[in-house]
Design a protein around this ligand. Structure first.
Ligand code: HEM
Length: 379
């Protein structure tokens, strides 16, 4: 059966899982709002002026460095855009919280422009972009992370782990054209936040302050996890970012969303029956279903014995094999609330990796309203 044929049952399962009334669920699934943002937050305007002037100067100074060290036309295009960003800043455009909410709302609209793409939403691939932009962080050398959005450049754009993310970067490029003042790092992480929140997930505290960097700041290949590996590998990769076992398990629950693509990672299929809704089904399915190795010509992956329509990667399955991981996975299978709380905290930390504290425009991250909440407030 094709996956699009599964879509209506999926919607019902997703609705049941989130226990939303039907009308509200439909609104969540087929969202086409263009709600104006709430009134400006004065605090954001005043607190960010100096910082943005500083960031503009940093971007402009970096340009000289960039032209000295790099040559490709693609990078030159990005540098020109970064310079345009700096120029705007020089012209004293100081984005406030309301401006970021406008970007959030635009991304929320784009999520549902997906048509027949995958399961009808660009949300999952935007979450993956935000995670891969952030998950390159190394706490020892303090390199990588979301600060410089170096995945715009080769060779990082072409790293095996990033296969397929051009779809997400191209979508975000359209938003960047409308809001040229936002940095790529802020845009991509805000994309992840908007996608998670709009797909019925928990609130993800977020704040702006990332700056556009240069190809020389790109990270070497091999910093993101390899799905064919074991628990040791997961620990090596995530401990390097500064996470612990509980956070590894909490973050992995993002695989409630989206699917694997044969032409991207080589793996195939979704993890859950509701791949465009954030639920704790990933953990529940890990425990409740019988998982067997799929017999096929692709890389080693598991499939559920009952329907053969779901999959788990070897690195997903270790969460119920490794003793330390398993206890957290069990807790998240038993309570979506517990998982939402831990997931929200871990994702917020993930998206800030590699960004020096002094770069952020506010000390306290913002909790941005969903499009639905904005509409309710207006009524
Ligand atoms: C624990 C280690 C992880 C491994 C080995 C891993 C591996 C993968 C692989 C192989 C895919 C399929 C890519 C494709 O074929 O399109 C994928 C997709 C995805 N991953 Fe992960 N991942 C990990 C952690 C995470 C984390 C921490 C997040 C977010 C917080 C995340 C979010 C996603 C999402 C949303 C997708 C679906 C993308 C789509 O539908 O296009 N993953 N992951």
């Amino acid at each position: 059966m094709s996956f699009s044929a599964l879509r209506n049952p999926l919607r019902n399962t997703a609705r049941r899982a989130t226990q939303l009334p039907k009308a509200q669920f439909r609104a969540n699934f087929n969202r086409k709002f263009s709600t104006p943002p709430p009134p400006p937050a004065a605090e954001a305007k005043s607190s960010s002026t100096g910082l943005y002037l500083g960031l503009g100067a940093a971007a402009a100074a970096g340009l000289g460095y960039y032209f000295y060290y790099t040559t490709s036309g693609k990078e030159a295009g990005t540098a020109v855009r970064s310079a345009a960003q700096a120029a705007k800043v020089k012209a004293n455009f100081v984005p406030a919280k309301e401006d970021y909410i406008k970007v959030y709302n635009r991304i929320a609209q784009i999520l549902d422009d997906a048509g027949e793409y995958d399961d009808g939403s660009y949300g999952p691939v935007l979450v993956r972009l935000a995670w891969h932009a952030s998950g390159t962080y190394d706490k020892e050398s303090k390199t990588g992370g979301s600060n410089y959005a170096t995945m715009r450049f080769d060779p990082e754009a072409g790293h095996g782990a990033n296969a397929g993310l051009k779809v997400a970067r191209d979508l975000m490029e359209k938003v960047k054209e409308e809001f040229p003042w936002i940095s790529y790092g802020d845009l991509w992480t805000l994309g992840g936040v908007a996608a998670l929140q709009e797909m019925a997930g928990p609130k993800i505290p977020w704040r702006p302050g990332r700056i556009d960097g240069f190809a020389a700041q790109a990270t070497p290949d091999g910093r993101l996890p390899d799905a064919t590996q074991s628990a040791d590998h997961l620990r090596n990769i995530f401990y390097r970012m500064g996470f612990n076992d509980q956070e590894i398990v909490a973050l992995s629950g993002a695989h409630a969303l989206g699917r694997c693509h044969r032409d991207r990672s080589g793996f195939e299929g979704p993890w859950t029956f509701s791949p465009t809704t954030v639920t704790n089904d990933y953990y529940r399915l890990l425990f409740d279903e019988k998982w067997v190795w799929k017999r096929w010509d692709g890389p080693k992956q598991l499939e559920d014995k009952k329907t053969k329509s779901l999959m788990m990667l070897p690195t997903d399955y270790v969460l119920v094999q490794d003793k330390s991981f398993k206890k957290y996975a069990k807790a998240y299978a038993e309570s979506q609330d517990v998982w939402f709380k831990d997931f929200s905290k871990a994702v917020s930390t993930l998206f800030e990796l590699g960004v020096p504290e002094e770069q952020f425009v506010t000390k306290e991250p913002w909790i941005l309203p969903t499009v639905e909440e904005q509409a309710e407030k207006k009524d």
